[in-house]
Write a protein that binds this ligand. Structure first.
Ligand SMILES: O=C(CO)[C@H](O)[C@H](O)COP(=O)(O)O
Length: 231
């Protein structure tokens, strides 16, 4: 599939998710190329329909894109709860466990997910997998990076420090930390690996999301339209 076709499929999913937004809602705004299309469409609806919503961004990227789209943005601290979050994923398994963090935004994405009543995960079909098997992003405090790399290896993972693009050296997250992409092969016990990684001193958040399956609905963009997956 061409890059253009893939973007069109992501657009289909993002636009379908934006149709679920209702007047008065507090909306969690995800990070990445698929969530971007939802942000653009919500902005259009604000302008065209007079939709009144506030957005809680999950990154500097989503905050900047939301403001540019004309969506009012507030901090997580300003809201009691989030009605609906629209966010992408790097992989979704059959039980709706997710791997997130391809954009290094998974710590804020997990906070926003935890505060959300409903989550729409917007993906293209390449993100669906029976079991999770792509590298797990792990955000770490720089001070503990070397220690954590050794501990990830002891857990059976292969950690690779994420390098910047158009920036020499490690990626620095929106929270000022490093990211290791940790390859565990096929993950038989996502909740177990998530708990082990999150328990390492100096780990801020790992990109395995296992606790939100009950409130997740997955929208899969396809060339023929959008497919909804529910558990
Ligand atoms: O977790 C994320 C950012 O941290 C993104 O949601 C994930 O990487 C998917 O991105 P895209 O929609 O561009 O494929």
């Amino acid at each position: 599939m061409s890059k253009q076709d893939n973007l069109e499929i992501k657009r289909v999913a993002g636009v379908a998710a934006a149709a679920e937004v209702q007047d008065g809602m507090v909306i969690g705004l995800g990070t990445g190329s698929t969530a971007h299309y939802a942000i653009l469409r919500i902005g259009e609806r604000v302008r065209e329909e007079g939709l009144s919503v506030v957005g809680v961004p999950t990154s500097y990227q989503s905050a900047m894109r939301a403001r540019a789209a004309g969506i009012r943005v507030v901090d997580l601290a300003d809201v009691d709860a989030i009605d609906l979050t629209i966010d992408g994923a790097d992989q979704v398994d059959a039980a709706f466990n997710l791997i997130k963090g391809g954009g290094a935004a998974h710590t804020r994405e997990k906070c926003v997910a935890a505060a959300s009543k409903r989550i729409i995960t917007v993906v293209d079909p390449s993100k669906l997998s029976e079991q999770l098997n792509v590298p797990v992003p792990v955000e770490v405090v720089p001070y503990a990076a070397t220690l954590i790399a050794r501990q990830v290896e002891a857990l059976g993972g292969v950690p690779v420090l994420r390098e910047g693009v158009k920036k020499d050296g490690p990626v620095i997250t929106d929270n000022g930390n490093f990211v290791f992409d940790c390859d565990f092969g096929t993950i038989a016990d996502p909740a177990g690996v998530e708990a082990q990684l999150n328990a390492l001193p100096g780990v801020l958040t790992c990109g395995i999301f296992t606790e939100f399956a009950e409130k997740i609905c997955v929208l899969v963009g396809e060339s023929s339209g959008c497919r909804t997956l529910t558990r």
